[in-house]
Design a protein around this ligand. Structure first.
Ligand SMILES: Cc1cc2nc3c(=O)[nH]c(=O)nc-3n(C[C@H](O)[C@H](O)[C@H](O)COP(=O)(O)OP(=O)(O)OC[C@H]3O[C@@H](n4cnc5c(N)ncnc54)[C@H](O)[C@@H]3O)c2cc1C
Length: 511
C-alpha cells in the first residue's frame, strides 16, 4: 500500500467571487512548475505567507487520459502547438498546476561539472560550483525519491541501447528517475495517472499547500505595479472554463517569477522591466532533440514499459561535442510524426514495422543563439540550429546509428522531413556526412527551453545576479530554467529544482 498523498488545495477561477480577489502575502510566486513549486514549499516552510499564481488549469491526476493528443490539448502551453518562428521546431512546455513537471519524462541528471565550471569562468558564478550545489541536489534527490532504474524497469529497447553502446565502448546505463514504484505504463508525457511520478503536483505543491500556501489556478500574471526598484503588486486575470474573467491582485514584499524560459522574459518585456543589460529574452537555448529508429528482425515494442529506460553517450563532456541518447518511444501514433513514415501502403508497412523499432531521442549542448520577444503583443521564439550545433547533432545521429547497427538493427530511419534511411553499418558515414543544416529539414522537438534571463555576476551582461535576484530590482527573484547561462546537455529538471532550492535559501538568508 502506498502512503496517502498530502492534500493539495487549489483555488480555481470558478471558486472566486465575480469581483475577483485582492490578496496580501509575504511572497507571490508566478508559475507552479519545477522552480515555482520548490520555492513555494521552501518559503512556506520558513513560515512565510505564500501565494502562487498559475496560468494553467488544475487537472487532477485521475483526469489524465494516457492519450498524448488529449494531454497536448489540455496540459501543454499553446495546446502543444508552441513553435519557433521558422515553424520547424516544436517547443513543449507544461501549462497546468505543476507545470512541465506534470508532463515530463521523469529523467533526472545533475548539471554536468563541465557546464557548472564554465559558469564560474565565464559568468562569475563561483557560488554554483558542483560542491556548492551538492547539498541542494542531495536534498531534492531525497525528497523526490530519485534513483536509478532497477533491472525490471529497463525494457528491451533500453537493453538494446546499452548492449549496442557497450560493444562500441560508449558509456551507457539505466537512467535515473523521480518515480516511486513505477507502473511502467509509458505515459509520463500525458501525466501520471497513478501519482507515482514525483512531479510537483504530488510533492512540493501539496507540501506547500499543507503549510498554508494559497495556489490559484487558471490565473495568469500580466502586469506589475512598480515603485522605485520594487514590484509592489502583481495583477493577474483568472479565467473560468466558460470564459468569465476575474481580476486578481496580489500585494507582496517579495516577487518570484518562475514562469519558465519563454514566459518569464515575456512578462518582463511586457512590463518594460529589469532590462538595463539588454539581455532579457536573449540567449535562448533549448536542447533541440531528434528521434531515431532502428528496425530489427524481432519485435521490440519500444513503447512498452517506462518512458525512458536507459541512456548512452558522453555526458561528462558537453562542451566538447558530448551528446546524450535516451531510449524511449511514445507509442506508434506519435512515432509516425517523428520520421517520414511514407504514404499509403508504404505508411501501413512502416506502421506494421513499428513494433520492431529500437527508439531513442538525442540531446546536445546547444549554444544560446535564440531569443524570445513580443511582436505587436504576440509571442515569438526565434531559434534556428546554429552551424556548430548542427555538427553536434550530426555526431549524435552518427553515434545512434552505430549503436543501433551494433545492437543488430537492419535499417535506421533518420528524423529528416523527407525519408532518409541507412541500410547498413557501412553506409553510416556517407549518409550522415551528406546531411546539411537548414530550415525544415529535420523533425525537431525541444523539451527543455532555457537561458532567456541569464544569471551572472556582471550586471551589464546578465539579468539575474548570482543569488537569483534581478540586478535591476530589489525584491524580485527568478529561479526558473531561464537563468541558466548556458544549456546543460542533460535533462534540466534536477538542476532547476537544485538551483530553486539554493535561491530560496538566499531569499531566506536576506530575511
Ligand atoms: C514533454 C516534456 C518532457 C520533459 N522531460 C523531462 C525529463 O524527463 N527530465 C527533465 O529533467 N526535464 C524534462 N522536461 C523539462 C522540465 O520539466 C523543465 O525543464 C522544468 O519543469 C522547467 O521548470 P520551470 O520552473 O522553469 O518551468 P515549468 O515547469 O515549465 O513551469 C512554469 C509554469 O509557469 C506557468 N506560467 C507561465 N506564464 C505564467 C503567467 N504569466 N502567470 C502564471 N503562471 C504562468 C506555466 O503555466 C507553468 O506551469 C520535460 C519537459 C516537457 C515539456
Amino acid at each position: 500500500m502506498s502512503e496517502p498523498l498530502p492534500a493539495l488545495k487549489v483555488t480555481e477561477p470558478a471558486m472566486m467571487p465575480a469581483s475577483g480577489l485582492r490578496l496580501r502575502a509575504d511572497v507571490v510566486i508566478i508559475g507552479s512548475g519545477a522552480s515555482g513549486a520548490v520555492t513555494a514549499y521552501e518559503l512556506s516552510r520558513s513560515g512565510a505567507k505564500v501565494v502562487v499564481l498559475e496560468a494553467g488549469p488544475y487537472v487532477r491526476s485521475t483526469e489524465f487520459q494516457e492519450h498524448a493528443p488529449t494531454a497536448l490539448e489540455t496540459l501543454y502551453e499553446d495546446h502543444g502547438n508552441q513553435v519557433n518562428t521558422t515553424g520547424d521546431l516544436a517547443i513543449l512546455q507544461g501549462k497546468c498546476v505543476g507545470g512541465s513537471t506534470v508532463v515530463n519524462a521523469a529523467v533526472c541528471f545533475r548539471a554536468p561539472n563541465q557546464v557548472l565550471e564554465s559558469w564560474i569562468t565565464e559568468h562569475g558564478l563561483e557560488n554554483l560550483s558542483p560542491e556548492a550545489l551538492e547539498p541542494y541536489f542531495e536534498r531534492v534527490e531525497r525528497n523526490l525519491s530519485i534513483r536509478q532504474n532497477a533491472p525490471h524497469e529497463v525494457n528491451y529497447n533500453g537493453q538494446l541501447l546499452i548492449e549496442g553502446a557497450k560493444k562500441l565502448g560508449i558509456a551507457a546505463e539505466p537512467t535515473t528517475r523521480n518515480v516511486k514504484n513505477c507502473a511502467l505504463s509509458g505515459h509520463c508525457i500525458s501525466g501520471c495517472r497513478t501519482d507515482r511520478k514525483q512531479s510537483m503536483l504530488v510533492t512540493y505543491l501539496p507540501w506547500a499547500s499543507e503549510l498554508g500556501a494559497t495556489i490559484l489556478s487558471g490565473t495568469q500574471a500580466e502586469t506589475f505595479e512598480v515603485r522605485d526598484r520594487r514590484i509592489t503588486a502583481v495583477n493577474a486575470t483568472a479565467v473560468t472554463a466558460n470564459g468569465a474573467k476575474k481580476p486578481v491582485r496580489v500585494e507582496a514584499g517579495l516577487v518570484v517569477v518562475a514562469a519558465g524560459a519563454v514566459q518569464t522574459p515575456l512578462l518582463f518585456q511586457r512590463n518594460k522591466l529589469g532590462n538595463s543589460s539588454g539581455q532579457v529574452g536573449l540567449n535562448f537555448a533549448c536542447h533541440p532533440s531528434l528521434a531515431v529508429f532502428g528496425e530489427h528482425e524481432q519485435n521490440i515494442y519500444a513503447w512498452a514499459g517506462a518512458t525512458i529506460t536507459a541512456h548512452a553517450g558522453d555526458i561528462e563532456n558537453p562542451l566538447h561535442g558530448g551528446y546524450l541518447l535516451e531510449a524511449g518511444m511514445v507509442g506508434p501514433v506519435v512515432t509516425s510524426t517523428w520520421v517520414d513514415g511514407g504514404l499509403g501502403s508504404d505508411f501501413l508497412e512502416f506502421m506494421q514495422s513499428s513494433k520492431k523499432f529500437q527508439a531513442a531521442v538525442t540531446l546536445i549542448h546547444d549554444h544560446n543563439v535564440g531569443r524570445v520577444y513580443l511582436d505587436g503583443g504576440r509571442k515569438r521564439i526565434e531559434y534556428d540550429i546554429d552551424d556548430q550545433d548542427f555538427e553536434a547533432l550530426r555526431e549524435a545521429l552518427r553515434g545512434t546509428a552505430r549503436i543501433y547497427f551494433a545492437a543488430g538493427a537492419k535499417r535506421v530511419y533518420l528524423p529528416t522531413t523527407r525519408r532518409t534511411t541507412i541500410e547498413s553499418a557501412s553506409e553510416i558515414d556517407s549518409v550522415i556526412d551528406g546531411l546539411r543544416n537548414g530550415r525544415h529539414l529535420y523533425r525537431l522537438t525541444s523539451y527543455h527551453p532555457q537561458g532567456t534571463m541569464r544569471m551572472g555576476a556582471d550586471p551589464s551582461r546578465s539579468v539575474v545576479g548570482p543569488d537569483g535576484r534581478c540586478h535591476d530590482l530589489d525584491n524580485v527573484y527568478v529561479p526558473d530554467a531561464s537563468l541558466f547561462p548556458s544549456s546543460l546537455l542533460v535533462n534540466p529538471q534536477l538542476t532547476v529544482y537544485g538551483i530553486a532550492s539554493y535561491v530560496a535559501d538566499r531569499m531566506l538568508a536576506r530575511g
